[in-house]
Every structure is written in C-alpha cells, then in structure tokens.
Write a protein of this length. Structure first.
Length: 348
C-alpha cells in the first residue's frame, strides 16, 4: 500500500498598505543562519534547499498563490533585545534590504495580534530589525482603533544628482539617493509620461531600463555596506505643486525587476525626502504629500541626522513616513507533493 506524503501547510496574515500587499509569515518558516537580520538575508539568498526559505518565498509569491507584484516578510529573531522582532522582506525576485510599506503593515500586525503590548489610547512604538538597520513603526490608537502609523527609517542621504541615462534614444538626468535601499528618481515629464494607470506599461519599461542602466555603476555601490549596493528601484514622479504644508508629488516606484508598488512606496518616499530636503524643496517642519499611481497617500517629514554622529551633514536626514495598513485575510497555503507545478510560476 502506497502512502501519499502529507501536504506542506504555511499560515500567513495578509495586509495591504495604501494598496500594496504584504504577506506575513510569523511561524513555520526556517530561520536562515546568521547573527543578524542582514546576515540571515544573505543566507536566504544563497539557500538552494528545495524546502528552504527561498523556495518558500517562491511558493508564497508566485502564481497560483501570489502574483508578479506580491510582497511579504518572514518574521525572524531580532539582532538583540533592543527590537521586538526582525523581518526578512521578499518579493518575486528575492529578498530586499528595506520595505517601508511592510514596516507599516508589521506595526499594525504586531499591535492587532498582541505580539507587542499596545496602548489603546496612545502611541505604541514597534521596533523592528531589517537588513538595512533598525526601524520603528509608531502605531497611534484611539479607543483601541488604529488611526495611523508612522514609519521612522534609517538615516538617508543623497548619492548623486543629474546622472545621465539614455532611454530609447532620450537622455534623462537621474538622481540617486539612499533610504534603506538605493533608488533612482526621475520626473515622468522627462520621459514623456505621466504617473497614471494609462501609462502603466511604459512606466514599467522606463523604470526597469533606468534601474539596470545604473545598477552596477560605481554610484550604486553603498559606501559603508556592500550588502546594500545596487539600485533597488526607480521612482518616476509628477510634481503637483505645493499644499499649505509643503510639496505635493505623485509617484510610481518600479522595483526589483519590473514590480510596481501600488502604494507611494515607504522607503522610496524616504529616498525622495532625502533629495527634497537637500535641495530645500522640503524644509524641516514641512510635510511632503506623496500620492501613488492608484491615488493612495503617504505623508512624510524628516529630522536632521544626529549632529553628534557620523552623518553630520545637511545631506543626511531621518525620514518619517505616515500611513496605515489593513488586514485582508488569514490564509493557510498548501503545497501538495503531487502537484506538478510545485512552487508555482510567474508571468512578467
């Protein structure tokens, strides 16, 4: 008598932050080797075990359980007792160094699940170790209901301005900045586009082209930590003028290899803040209103980096991005060992 092997089951908590999905795996995933989250990320990238973490990423991200623009995170131990937990962020192409929309979702999840004891009529700070450093999500509640979450990112800075890139015979000037990951920024008008769903395919094409044109350049090499090198995404933006509180922009962030962030992009917003603060468009105390391609919104402010630290320069700021996240489901995904599609497939 032949016994059919038992299916593999993985439970997830799913959220969206301003329209961008975030799939959380708190239990049941293997923990990669390493003393820090940054080290565990490298272990996960190099994991070729068919039952390992990278295979699980593909299972949860690829079709038929996910899609080409899926995003999520595996909860792992923090670097030390100063954080509530650590997280390895993932998407269809691998493991990222930062994720602002995911950090906002994790703040909501940590409070709603009771993983972090919260004040029902105040602000609860959730501290999270991510591959690019230690970040926080300040979760504001009123009457036990979450009103908003503010993501405080790692120290961020401008890398370069006006880097020439040729796209389909058109030369455009691109700015590079770091906010947990390296981003390229370019006005949509310079590409002959607008940040609207009507231009979606062309925005993806341009975003991918700019990323890969700059990804291996010397400018995209992180000066202190090579694990943070490479252009993670391209931010294509429209300038919408100013509100009474500060600049107003709309963007689409094309990250990894052609993924599109439905939110205004959390760490990408931090990268924009670094640029706008450096050129004086966003003053300290002002607010950036940052809209997405689907009409959702983050707001952002910044503080100057600690004057006593190594980042004592007007080019270095600490962005704070505010939004919120909502649960979309609780899932138990199953991998039947007889399934010929196995961990799935992706069409892009």
């Amino acid at each position: 008598m032949t016994t059919t092997p038992s299916p593999r089951r993985i439970r997830t908590d799913d959220y969206h932050t301003a329209g961008e999905p975030f799939r959380i795996v708190a239990d049941g995933a293997p923990v990669p080797a390493g003393a820090t989250v940054a080290e565990r990320r490298l272990s996960a990238i190099g994991d070729d075990d068919p039952d390992g973490l990278d295979a699980l990423r593909r299972l949860l991200c690829f079709e038929p359980r996910g899609h080409a623009d899926m995003y999520g995170g595996f909860i792992v131990p923090p670097d030390d007792d100063g954080a509530d937990f650590g997280v390895l962020f993932w998407h269809k192409d691998g493991f990222s160094t930062a994720c602002g929309h995911g950090t906002i979702a994790l703040g909501v999840w940590a409070v709603e699940t009771g993983r972090v004891v919260a004040d029902p009529d105040g602000t609860t700070v959730v501290t999270i170790d991510v591959p690019s450093g230690r970040v926080t999500a300040s979760v504001e509640q009123q009457g036990g209901s979450i009103r908003r979450v503010t993501f405080r990112n790692v120290t961020s800075h401008v890398i370069a301005r006006g880097v020439p890139v040729s796209i389909d015979g058109r030369e455009v000037a691109v700015d590079l900045s770091f906010s947990g990951a390296i981003y390229a920024s370019v006005p949509a008008a310079a590409l002959g586009l607008e940040v609207t769903p009507d231009h979606y395919p062309a925005l993806i094409e341009a975003g991918r082209a700019i990323k890969w044109a700059l990804n291996d350049s010397p400018l995209a090499q992180h000066s202190a930590d090579p694990r943070l090198s490479g252009v993670y995404g391209t931010i294509i933006f429209d300038d919408l003028g100013r509100t009474a509180d500060g600049p107003h922009q709309r963007n689409v962030t094309v990250f990894a290899d052609g993924e599109v962030d439905r939110s205004p992009c959390g760490s990408g917003t931090g990268a924009r803040v670094a640029l706008l603060a450096a050129d004086g468009t966003l003053a300290e105390g002002e607010t950036l209103t940052h809209d997405s391609i689907v009409g959702t919104r983050f707001t952002a402010r910044f503080e100057r980096a600690d004057a006593s630290g190594p980042a004592n320069t007007t080019r270095h700021v600490i962005p704070e991005i505010t939004g919120t996240a909502y649960q979309t489901g609780e899932h138990t995904f199953v991998l039947d060992p007889r399934d010929a599609l196995g961990a799935g497939f992706v069409l892009r």
